[in-house]
Design a protein around this ligand. Structure first.
Ligand code: NAP
Length: 484
């Protein structure tokens, strides 16, 4: 089965920071892929904006290079690339100055969706929002897209919300969390709410625990100075992992509608208990495999920033009381792998002698690599050996199930940008959600800072610090193996 591509309305998309890393790696190649798929129509245009003194031709050359570098070779079609480049324009603008805005205004067309992607440092969000308004470039139907990080604590997130709210309504603001754009993450909602099979079991009575893992093999490398002000908690947990947790833990929304979904996610965040210090493990990677240690990259030999964190989190509500959610994320780990694993409880009684303590169903939702789902079920081992049990996966790799090449499953950015044009905010974070997530995060960070806690060293290429293993072992559980 080939998935249907429904073209979106014609648009003018302005990318502030159009020459930056994110635009080159994700946004522009993603738009090319949507154009190639027929979803971005002929009548749509993309306008890069940055301080660099480029003209249309030199910006188009930059876009062509980005496509060449970041789109798989077998998906590059020179004829389609040439057609795509015709849709590209450029304006040299300093977000903090007044030059260039008049030209941008002249380029914008009436009768098409106007969207503005703020792919720049958050410190520029206010300047851009204000000038779009001042120069009457944005109208009441325009949309703005903002990137992470959305604040580094509650106070800064509130300040960012306020500068955006000064010129745009909440319905116009699209806060990107690219994890929400992954096929599997959306499928999580389909699996939960379009099947009767799982939902009756989706509660503390039947779920032993949930594990959410986001493991990376890369270190902080050139981004040491930036990362040192952030750390794994701010960089991964407060946003991406929190969103995943919400999608698993939330109640069914009354309708698949942006605010109905986001209302339910918000309730989950508000139901999170503060995390006890003994349920937090922070780690920092050591040198290994020819790479320096975290502190060597951070430029601060006494840095206490965590490159790894594991947490045991309780969702304090009727559905989840007693089912812990274990979260872990880190850099320089054994493999690049992100997954959610929902481990169901054992049957109340085993009738099979040789299987005591092992009758376990696990629903594994893989975000990367190979997006898909796996349901581990117990079956009889084939053959004449008697009633021996084994665990096997009922595997659903999306690419296989849909009969498409994995390369053709749209990337999260592709999907999210199309949602912006469609005006669908379901997969974007609402301002109050972001603030609630920071309100939960802040005291944890303040707690370890006040205690002067130091992260535990862990070997590069390992599964993380010893204490993280103990966090599980103490509860008679274990982490799933990190496998790429
Ligand atoms: P980057 O490579 O440093 O690019 C920044 C862009 O902003 C450049 O195009 C730069 O062009 C432009 N810019 C800087 N100052 C400007 C000004 N005063 N007026 C107009 N344009 C200005 O950064 P990036 O990695 O693309 O990241 C962009 C945003 O996305 C950041 O908020 C980042 O945190 C976020 N983000 C990035 C990634 C990623 O993978 N890169 C992932 C998630 C989130 P000029 O210097 O020519 O003006």
């Amino acid at each position: 089965m080939v998935s249907r591509v429904i073209p979106v309305d014609a648009f003018d998309l302005v990318i502030f920071g159009g020459t930056g890393d994110l635009a080159k790696r994700k946004i522009l190649p993603g738009l090319y892929r949507r154009f190639q798929a027929g979803q971005m129509t002929e009548n749509s245009r993309i306008i890069g904006a940055a301080r660099a003194d480029l003209n249309e031709d030199s910006f188009r050359a930059l876009v062509a290079e980005a496509i060449e570098e970041f789109v798989p070779k077998d998906r590059q079609d020179s004829k389609i690339v040439a057609q795509f480049l015709e849709k590209i324009g450029y304006v040299s603008i300093d977000a903090t100055g007044e030059g260039g805005w008049g030209k941008l205004k002249d380029l914008m067309r009436d009768g098409v969706v106007r969207a503005f992607y703020f792919s720049v440092a958050p410190s520029l969000f206010g300047d851009i929002a204000e000038r779009l308004h001042l120069h009457e470039i944005a109208d009441a139907q325009s949309r703005i897209v903002v990137e992470k990080p959305f604040g580094r604590d509650l106070a800064s997130a509130k300040a960012l919300n306020a500068v955006l709210a000064a010129h745009f309504t909440e319905a116009q603001i699209y806060r990107i969390d690219h994890y929400l754009g992954k096929e599997t993450v959306q499928n999580l909602m389909a699996v939960r709410f379009a099947n009767i099979l799982f939902e009756p079991l989706w509660k503390a009575e039947y779920v032993d625990h949930v594990q959410i893992t986001v493991a990376e093999t890369v270190g902080v490398d050139g981004r040491g100075a930036y990362y040192d002000k952030s750390g794994a908690m701010r960089d991964m947990v407060q946003n991406h992992m929190m969103q995943l947790l919400c999608l698993i833990a939330m109640e069914p929304p009354y309708h698949f509608d942006p605010d109905a979904v986001r209302d339910e996610k918000l309730k989950v965040i508000r139901a999170l208990d503060p995390v006890k210090p003994e349920h937090i493990v922070r780690g920092q990677y050591l040198a290994g495999g020819g790479e320096g240690s975290y502190v060597e990259h951070s430029e601060d030999p006494s840095s206490k920033t965590e490159s790894y964190i594991a947490l045991k989190v309780n969702v304090s509500n009727w559905r989840w009381q007693g089912t812990p959610f274990y979260l872990r994320t880190g850099k320089r780990l054994r493999a690049r792998a992100s997954e959610i694993a929902i481990t169901f409880k054992q049957p109340p009684h085993s009738i099979f002698d040789d299987a005591k303590g092992w009758l376990e169903n696990v629903l594994v939702i893989r975000l990367q690599p190979n997006e898909g789902m796996n349901l581990m079920v117990m079956i009889k081992e084939p053959g004449p050996g008697g009633m021996r049990l084994m665990q096997v996966p009922l595997d659903m790799a999306f690419a296989d199930a849909l009969g498409v090449d994995a390369e053709d499953v749209p990337d999260a950015y592709e999907r999210l940008i199309m949602d912006v044009i469609r005006g669908n905010q379901t997969l974007f974070m609402r301002g109050d959600e972001v603030e609630a997530a920071w309100a939960w995060t802040d005291p944890l960070i303040e707690g370890w800072e006040a205690r002067g806690d130091k992260p535990q060293g862990y070997d590069a290429g390992s599964s993380g610090p010893e204490d993280a293993l103990m966090l599980m072992h103490r509860d008679g559980r274990r982490w799933r193996e990190i496998k790429g």
